[in-house]
Design a protein around this ligand. Structure first.
Ligand code: ADP
Ligand code: ADP
Ligand code: MG
Length: 588
């Protein structure tokens, strides 16, 4: 069996010669396999398509995909968005008392799966034109546990609550105070408890549109927890949260699973590993199709995911492995200094920051870890000479290129236009194309309107823009947000390669420990009381820095014996206690 998919947001029929139609062998023989719709888009009639794939090869925008799938999967089509649209095959198993994780790259149907199981959309079973009802769905799944599940969804016996993926959109649909938003959601009458659990009491009186990303995420999680539901869904709950907040979120969700069914989509693998009891891997082709694989124990699932290979199904879904090199704690090699600072103090309003003396060397990538609102951005602004410290003077001012944590798509126009306007001729340098544009897959979004980009696409663009500008020091604030685990690894490599090849340096603030582990030569650690007082120290080598940082957070990591990836130890377990006693929070 093969499927013909058109990725409509890549299709540029005004700029091509309908290669998909003109080169199609059946069309040349007079069979209308590819037709042009009134709007101008091509339509591939699947029953007539022979699956040769010439259209896919000829399309200048790579908008067509012809994909061969095993025959037996045909019967397991759950949802299809239109004739040549994305298809989702199979669904996760429903299990009680467990946190069920969904893991997979962007664009293979995780959100679609969540929307179906939460009853937000009725799965059309491939009948994208007809009207499929919940009765049809219940009948279709009647021989499985999903039949019972969907019948209870249909009858309103099964209530669901969903934390949506993009919390940034909440202020657009809700105007008012945090307290009002939470009161509206509060079916359990536990507003005060939940607010205190998530430490958002101080935001209650504030307007939703004045919140930071991390605060918005916490409020969204809070609103979901307050619903009186049987099944809870959390679509990417860790974006914008710092590590301590991620752990707290994970513990709360774990507790919730004791009395409910809980699904979580998450790309921070350290957190997913800690949070999920079992995992379904989703694989497929971005925007074309996705298959929900059978359920696996968490450790096995994450290792398989990194491998790119599902042993039980004998399926390789990625050509390469995501690897963790166990860098033996690097000693800082003797590179020339880019910028050096003495003891620095700076305060504004209610916030004060102190940074201990340190230096950044040429070509280094420094990971920056620490809670939100402890002065990381303030520190970089001081290095850039944008802010004057109250005490201490930075000798050399450096030119900084900055990717902020929250990226607002204000630009009217396409990605290509924005890149041209910002980067000018640098955009066409062979190095930039090969090391930034290509790995970040910017090519596929060049013709999209900036305002219509998804979170992950926007992030990739913002990273490319930051790296494309001429600077001595690159600051990237949470570049992992909305990227899938694989894209995170690719972004980490791109950032590293640019620094190695240009002799520039980067400070990368991130809360994903895997990402920090892969990207950093050395790390700076910030701590303190968010929005009140921050202390910055370092750069340290990885071992010393991670020890200092993880001690603040109170967690220990061990290395997985097969994949060598860092894993969070169960708090209070023997390994956890032993590592704490030895003061080895990270490397063992
Ligand atoms: P994930 O959460 O894994 O990133 P999604 O479930 O959001 O994936 O989407 C999978 C694919 O389905 C997307 O790449 C998109 O092409 C398609 N898709 C999602 N929603 C719609 C929709 N409402 N209409 C048409 N296509 C959609
Ligand atoms: P981080 O980068 O660690 O999240 P920031 O350096 O952005 O932290 O901010 C630290 C604190 O300083 C926050 O509480 C923030 O609200 C406050 N702050 C940032 N910029 C200003 C400013 N221009 N005036 C007053 N307070 C500010
Ligand atoms: Mg999604």
């Amino acid at each position: 069996m093969h499927i013909a998919v058109i990725i409509y947001d890549r299709c540029q029929f005004k700029k091509c010669n309908y290669e998909c139609r003109n080169y199609c062998p059946p069309v040349r023989m007079g069979i209308d396999t590819v037709v042009i719709t009134e709007k101008g888009y091509p339509r591939i009639i699947e029953e007539l398509c022979e699956g040769c794939g010439i259209c896919a090869h000829k399309c200048p925008f790579e908008a067509v995909k012809i994909i061969g799938l095993p025959e037996e999967i045909k019967e397991e089509l759950v949802h299809q968005y239109g004739e040549n649209g994305f298809r989702l095959y199979r669904l996760p198993a429903i299990q009680k008392d467990k946190v069920i994780g969904l893991l997979g790259p962007n664009g293979v149907g995780k959100t679609t799966t969540v929307n179906i199981l939460s009853g937000t959309i009725i799965p059309n079973l491939g009948n994208y034109e007809g009207r499929v009802t919940w009765d049809d769905v219940v009948r279709h799944f009647s021989s499985t546990t999903l039949g019972d599940y969907f019948s209870r969804i249909r009858d309103g016996e099964m209530k669901t609550a969903l934390k949506p993926q993009y919390v940034d959109k909440i202020p657009r649909v809700f105007k008012g105070k945090v307290k009002d938003l939470l009161s509206k959601a509060d079916e359990k009458g536990e507003l005060d408890e939940i607010a205190s659990l998530l430490e958002i009491e101080k935001t209650l009186e504030r307007d939703v549109d004045k919140l930071s990303g991390g605060e918005l995420q916490s409020v969204a999680i809070g609103a979901t927890l307050l619903k009186n539901a049987d099944v809870y869904f959390f679509d990417e709950p860790s974006s914008y949260l710092d590590i301590a907040q991620r752990l707290k979120m994970a513990k709360i969700i774990k507790d919730l699973s004791k009395e409910s069914i809980v699904f979580v989509v998450e790309h921070d693998l350290a957190i997913l590993d800690f949070l999920a009891d079992v995992i379904h891997i989703l694989y497929g082709s971005e925007g074309a199709y996705g298959i929900v694989s059978q359920v696996r124990a968490t450790r096995n699932a994450i290792n398989s995911y990194l491998e790119g290979y599902l042993r039980e199904e004998n399926i390789r879904f990625r050509e390469w492995k995501i690897e963790f090199t166990e860098h033996p704690p690097k000693k800082r090699i003797d590179l020339p200094t880019l910028v050096k600072w003495p003891y620095i103090e700076k305060s504004y309003g209610d916030f004060s920051l102190e940074v201990h003396p340190g230096e950044i060397k040429i070509g280094e990538v420094i990971g920056v870890v620490g809670p939100n609102a402890t002065g990381k951005t303030t520190f970089v602004k001081i290095l850039a000479g944008v802010l004057k410290p109250d005490k201490g003077k930075v000798e050399e001012e450096v030119k900084v290129s900055y990717k902020p944590q929250y990226i607002k798509p204000e630009f009217d126009g396409t990605v290509e236009e924005l890149l041209m306007l910002t980067l000018k001729e640098r955009m066409n340098s062979g190095f930039f194309k090969a090391e930034v544009m290509h790995p970040l897959n910017i090519r596929h979004i060049l013709h999209k309107e900036v305002k219509e980009l998804s979170g992950g696409e926007m992030q990739r663009l913002a990273i490319a823009l930051c790296l494309g500008l001429e600077a001595d020091l690159y600051l990237l604030d949470e570049p992992s947000a909305y990227l899938d685990s694989n894209q995170r690894m690719i972004a980490a490599k791109a950032i590293r390669r640019v620094m190695e090849n240009t002799g520039k340096s980067a400070l990368v603030v991130d809360h994903d420990v895997y990402f920090i582990d892969i990207i950093s030569d050395n790390i700076m650690v910030f701590e303190g009381k968010p929005s009140v007082h921050g202390i910055g120290r370092g750069p340290y080598d990885m071992r010393e820095g991670m020890n200092l940082f993880l001690k603040n957070v109170g967690i220990t990591f061990r290395r997985d014996k097969d994949s060598r990836r860092p894993r969070i130890n169960t708090p209070g377990s023997y390994t956890d206690r032993e590592q704490k006693r030895l003061g080895e929070y990270y490397y063992i």
